[in-house]
Design a protein around this ligand. Structure first.
Ligand SMILES: Nc1nc2c(ncn2[C@@H]2O[C@H](COP(=O)(O)OP(=O)(O)O)[C@@H](O)[C@H]2O)c(=O)[nH]1
Ligand SMILES: [Mg+2]
Length: 111
């Protein structure tokens, strides 16, 4: 779907990017997509929420290792956008209240 994402950039105030934390083999491709989004001029003002999903599943890498592999601290430091990360399980509902709070706060701030 990546190739058509840019047709949705106009008027986009917030961006939720979901990373499958149970499948580190997808991580580099996912990171390239994310960097593309963050460098898009039309998304410079957007608030960004990166969701690490499927934390209920066993994985050979920890979330900390995943964050380190995509150089998340550098990415957050260099991005124009305000970036938040939340670890979630869409299946179990873990982190859902944090996501809802982020949406509420973000849209409150943006008016
Ligand atoms: N265990 C678990 N499964 C999930 C979670 N979120 C989505 N899924 C399952 O993942 C499957 C979809 O795969 P997904 O990787 O999300 O999408 P795709 O990569 O586009 O096929 C569905 O069977 C969902 O029920 C989660 O947090 N935990
Ligand atoms: Mg998948």
């Amino acid at each position: 779907m990546g190739p058509i994402w840019s047709s949705y950039y106009g008027n986009c105030r917030s961006l939720l990017f979901v990373v499958d934390a149970s499948n580190p083999t997808q991580l580099s491709a996912s990171c390239v997509q994310l960097l593309g989004l963050l460098s898009a001029e039309e998304l410079a003002e957007a608030s960004v929420l990166i969701l690490f999903n499927k934390i209920d599943l066993p994985c050979y890498m920890t979330i900390e290792e995943i964050k380190s592999l995509i150089r998340l601290p550098d990415l957050i430091a260099c991005a124009k956008q305000n970036i938040t990360t939340i670890e979630i399980s869409a299946r179990k509902g873990t982190g859902l209240s944090d996501v809802l709070r982020w949406l509420q706060d973000t849209h409150k701030t943006n008016g």
